[in-house]
Design a protein around this ligand. Structure first.
Ligand code: CDP
Ligand code: CDP
Length: 203
């Protein structure tokens, strides 16, 4: 049976952490759709045209190990403004979402554009400072040399670009359940998400 869980929200809100745990809990597959935009952004940094990169994207491009840098994140949010780039990535996401056995997709426009009929939708948020602090710690733990102000700037710039674009802007779907993780531990955020999804599954 296909069951789609859409998890959207701004940068470093905890979407990926919640998505992975939710997918493991229900035995569903998980797609981090940010990786699609990051993979396109990375190719643009090395000279490929954005639309061409999106149209020729291969599943193995999502496995590249240097997609998590702030430079690639910025490039991703710039290519994500281009309607032809977004259009080229729609089918892959929709096919993934409707696989039998269930799917969790996290991103910016899953509940609004990619899967408007998703059986459960979450919108995960936290304050920009808390999100930047989490991302900063994560990057440092992964050996990247960054300073906090740069990470906070990156988060704010991407938030503004993602919310301000015309095509598929970041916003909660009307029927999304909002979870503010600012004051929640990872375990509390995951438990809250599962409780809300269980309520949808029962209903
Ligand atoms: O996917 P997204 O960019 O929304 O965020 P994430 O990669 O899941 O989380 C960003 C960082 O925040 C990770 O290092 C998480 O471990 C951490 N986090 C946290 O400290 N508390 C939470 N409630 C959720 C995530
Ligand atoms: O992990 P984090 O939340 O920092 O970023 P991400 O989810 O990997 O997304 C990187 C960028 O891709 C975002 O800033 C968006 O501009 C874009 N994106 C998008 O436009 N639509 C999606 N469904 C997912 C990501």
């Amino acid at each position: 049976m296909a069951f789609t869980i859409a998890i959207d929200g701004p940068a470093a809100a905890g979407k990926g952490t919640i998505s992975k745990a939710v997918a493991a809990h229900y035995g569903f597959a998980h797609l981090d759709t940010g990786l699609l935009y990051r993979a396109v952004g990375k190719q643009v940094l090395t000279g490929t045209a954005a639309i061409e990169a999106a149209q020729n994207l291969r599943a193995e491009d999502l496995q590249a190990d240097d997609l998590r840098t702030p430079e690639v994140a910025q490039a991703a949010s710039k290519v994500a403004v281009i309607p032809e780039v977004r259009a080229a990535l729609v089918d892959f996401q929709r096919v993934f979402a409707r696989r039998s056995g269930g799917a969790v997709l996290d991103g910016r426009d899953i509940g609004t554009v990619i899967c408007p009929d998703a059986e459960a939708k979450l919108f995960v948020t936290a304050s920009a400072e808390i999100r930047a602090d989490r991302r900063f710690r994560e990057l440092v733990a992964n050996g990247l040399r960054v300073d906090f102000e740069t990470v906070l700037d990156d988060v704010r710039q991407r938030d503004a670009r993602d919310m301000g674009r015309k095509d598929a802007p970041l916003r909660p779907a009307d029927d999304a359940i909002q979870i503010d993780t600012s004051e929640l531990s990872i375990d509390e955020a995951i438990a809250t998400a599962i409780r809300e999804i269980d309520a949808r599954r029962a209903g």
